[in-house]
Ligand binder design. Structure first.
Ligand SMILES: *Cc1c(COP(=O)(O)O)cnc(C)c1O
Length: 419
């Protein structure tokens, strides 16, 4: 990764320079593949990706032809039954998986439960799960639930304030769960080094890829990762609540036994046998009937991803985030995200004591970012549909909101249910 530009120091210093970068951008053509509302600069594709232009037509086809006309025949005729595995094969190149190692099903939270319980059972006699205190809370809650199972493992947390992973690793640790990119700060872990470190202690590694898939190239197989999970509604643009994916390295397939078993993970679901026998391969991580209509939207979003060069994506992501970091620093804002490109994902987080109100004021001006308690303003940069001029303009609006203190208006202090 050392040849990657780190961005912030080489950032353009005029809007004309940004326009020149846009004119030379090999990914610029993708913007037209998305529906984006007029007057909006969308910096929240890391929370809910934008709508691909042809998704509505694909969903209409799934509803009207496959469901309406095909009815139950579509499980075979339209390939519904094969979708969890087939979509897994389409996500595989984005995460560096080999064929047969990825399935699409359930939510990230549920897949995490399956991955963690499978990992714990692959390390009998080891009684601890290690997670990171600053993780996205659902990861901590699932780890807590797994720990609370009868005979379940003890839970150990890496501290927020720098307690080292190495200090927690001993021969009692069965599995380590970490987010590749931290949802709040954008910090990127060195997947190869951390996985190797965990393996040195005999434990298994589960990575949460929610903020890396579609944001940067991921190399699960090359890094020797055991299990991974991630969602498809953020950078992948699969639509609100679109199903998540689960990766299981093939070397674990035969012995993996997740604690959530259902008929879609059975070797022969339509034999209707009373006893469970797991399907071969990653298919044993499937549980129940898949959400076919949500799959239709995901299929459409993956049509776009089929065409994307991930190296170009990463280069543009670093340049966009580098530009925003440079502009934010010129405003005197505290940048939480690492300046070193090798250590950051595709977002920029800024700290401000009144961050919630500032984000609300920005949204009213058409710059959509989000806020993560207690004081982090978070901006996601999606190289497929953002331009350098967008980043420049967003920073100008941020400068104006701060200079005029327009965020102080009372209406911006009211908390909505979803921040
Ligand atoms: C978004 C996100 C999730 C979401 O989990 P769901 O089960 O889809 O709600 C999980 N983990 C991380 C790190 C996330 O960023």
């Amino acid at each position: 990764m050392s040849s990657e530009p780190t961005g912030a120091d080489a950032a353009p210093s005029t809007r004309a320079h940004c326009a020149a970068l846009d004119a030379a951008d090999p990914l610029a053509r993708f913007r037209d593949r998305f529906v984006l509302p007029e007057g909006v600069i969308y910096l929240d594709g890391n929370s809910l990706g934008a709508l691909p232009r042809h998704t509505a037509a694909r969903m209409r086809e799934a509803v009207e032809r496959e469901w309406g006309q095909g009815l139950i025949r579509s499980w075979n005729d339209a390939g519904w039954f094969d979708l969890p595995r087939g979509l897994g094969e389409r996500i595989a190149p984005l995460i560096g998986a080999r064929p047969g190692e990825t399935v699409v099903c359930d939510s990230t939270s549920v897949n995490l439960f399956k991955a963690l319980t499978a990992a714990v059972r692959l390390r009998p006699g080891r009684g601890a799960v290690v997670a990171e205190l600053g993780s996205f809370p659902t990861d901590l809650y699932v780890a807590e639930g797994v720990s609370g199972l009868p005979g379940g493992p003890e839970r150990r947390l890496i501290g927020r304030d720098g307690a080292e992973l190495e200090d927690l690793l001993d021969d009692q640790v069965a599995v380590v769960l970490l987010s590749h990119v931290d949802y709040r700060t954008g910090r990127l872990h060195d997947m190869a080094a951390v996985t190797e470190q965990v393996h040195r202690h005999g434990a298994l590694m589960v990575w949460d890829l929610c903020h890396s898939v579609g944001a940067l190239p991921v190399r699960l197989d090359e890094c020797g990762v055991d299990f991974a999970v991630g969602c498809t509604y953020k950078y992948l643009n699969g639509g609100p609540g679109s199903p998540a994916f689960l990766y299981a390295a093939s070397r674990h397939h035969a012995a993996a036994s997740p604690a959530l078993t259902g008929w879609f993970g059975h070797a022969d679901p339509f034999a209707f046998e009373p006893g469970y026998s797991p399907a071969a391969g990653a298919g044993r991580f499937l549980v129940g009937t898949p959400p076919v209509l949500s799959f239709a939207a995901l299929q459409a979003s993956l049509d776009v991803w089929d065409e994307v060069d991930l190296a170009a994506l990463r280069a543009k992501s670093l340049a966009l985030t580098g530009l925003f970091i440079a502009l934010a620093e010129r405003l005197g804002l505290e940048v939480v995200t690492p300046r070193d490109g090798e250590r950051r994902g595709s977002q920029v987080s800024l700290r401000h004591p009144d961050g919630y109100a500032v984000v609300r004021a920005l949204i009213e001006r058409g710059v959509i970012g989000d806020f993560r308690a207690p004081d982090v303003m978070r901006f996601g940069f999606t190289p497929l549909y953002l331009s350098f001029c967008d980043v420049w303009d967003a920073a100008e609006i941020l400068a104006d909101v701060l200079a005029t203190e327009s965020w102080r208006a009372a209406r911006f202090a009211l908390r909505a249910a979803v921040t």
